[in-house]
Design a protein around this ligand. Structure first.
Ligand SMILES: [Mg+2]
Length: 358
């Protein structure tokens, strides 16, 4: 996998008010945000609860916005959900009205947002049509990919140099010195910001330990994402899900500076620093000179629990909004919803059409 950024590039410094802490604070210092954090001791109990939620959610039929024959109960539930978190497509005119002439800054999660969730995380490819949609919208809106994957890996999936990339849940950020108007110029100077740099060796060690510990679990996949490690259990027999968490729990006993958060059938092993996708987005807005709410409207589209950190930053600051990608109702800080990557693509294409016409 090629790193499209030279190793000698300068490293960005963090504004003092955004410096990550090595303490195990659960609060976002800027927004009082509770970071999703599960202590190792409580991990098994929490996963027990998650398994219950997952079992319930598998009984639900996907909610759709239109065109499907569904029962009256589901219609009622769907209506309640869409009242709370309306379709971003159905509300497109309202969204455009919210821009009030401001520049839109786009933040896009990758897995489950631009690409479908698949059994093999190495094969979570985005479609050529989606790549074209992202490329087109980036002509009008500064666009960043914010993913739990390593930055190199998500770039290899997206393959668009005109975007900004924040990998490892925002712990590996690449931006340019250029302002947002000149992001497509070839002479841009790439810079890196890596708030968890000191954890590189520890992550490498825990990755080896997790691979070894889960070797006997059929279907378990350990993915080294540079500043975090993902343990996927999507392909593991449900009866072994608890065993996976117990094995991860056991490994982490030797790594007190790491913590675990949860995603869509994945356990994320991460450094214990006060940093998440919300802080990454705040950092990007500052670094790119897009942090003036009078002239910029940030929109974040994502499907994962970790994306809620970004949704909440925008909601609390009243400076933008999140769009949750989900087929089922969820507790969310997002303002709008889309049902899946195909609707995300439709939304991006709608933005392009609107920009081209205006
Ligand atoms: Mg995702």
């Amino acid at each position: 996998m090629s790193d499209h950024v030279a190793k000698t590039q300068p490293v960005l410094t963090l504004p003092p008010n955004m410096m990550p802490s090595s303490a195990t604070s659960k609060k976002h210092p800027c927004s009082s945000l509770s970071v999703t954090y599960i202590s190792r001791r409580k991990l098994a109990e929490v996963v027990d609860g998650l398994l219950g939620v997952m079992t319930l959610s598998t009984r639900k039929q996907p909610y759709v916005h239109s065109g499907c024959d569904i029962s009256s109960d589901k219609v009622s539930g769907n209506n309640t959900w869409l009242k709370k978190c309306p379709s971003a497509l159905a509300s497109f005119d309202q969204i455009i009205a919210r821009t009030q002439g401001k520049k839109i800054a786009l933040f896009l999660d990758y897995d489950g947002t631009l690409s479908p969730i698949v059994n093999d995380p190495e094969k979570a490819f985005m479609s050529p049509e989606m790549r074209t949609a992202v490329k087109n919208v980036a002509r009008f809106c500064p666009t960043a990919i914010v993913s739990g994957r390593s930055r190199d890996k998500v770039f290899d999936f997206v393959k668009l140099k005109e975007l900004y990339y924040a990998g490892s849940h925002g712990m590996d950020i690449m931006v340019t010195c250029a302002d947002s108007e000149s992001i497509t110029k070839d002479n841009k100077e790439a810079k890196l910001f890596q708030p968890a740099n000191e954890f590189l060796q520890i992550i490498s060690e825990v990755n080896k330990s997790l691979v070894e510990a889960t070797r006997s679990i059929k279907g378990a996949i350990v993915e080294n994402n540079k500043f975090c490690v993902s343990v996927h259990y999507r392909n593991v027999d449900k009866k072994d899900w608890k065993l996976v968490t117990e094995l991860v729990d056991g490994v982490l006993k030797a790594f007190p500076r790491l913590k675990v958060t949860t995603g869509r059938k994945v356990l994320e092993v991460r450094p214990v620093i006060d940093w998440d996708k919300g802080k990454a987005v705040e950092f990007l807005l500052q670094a790119l000179g897009l942090d003036d709410p009078e002239s910029v409207l940030p929109i974040y589209i994502g499907d994962d629990r970790t994306d809620e950190d970004a949704f909440k930053v925008f909601r609390e600051r009243n400076c933008g909004f999140g769009i949750l990608v989900s087929q089922v109702p969820k507790e969310t800080e997002a303002f709008y919803s889309l049902t899946g990557p195909s609707e995300v693509m439709e939304f991006l294409n709608s933005l392009v059409r609107w920009k081209e016409q205006s």
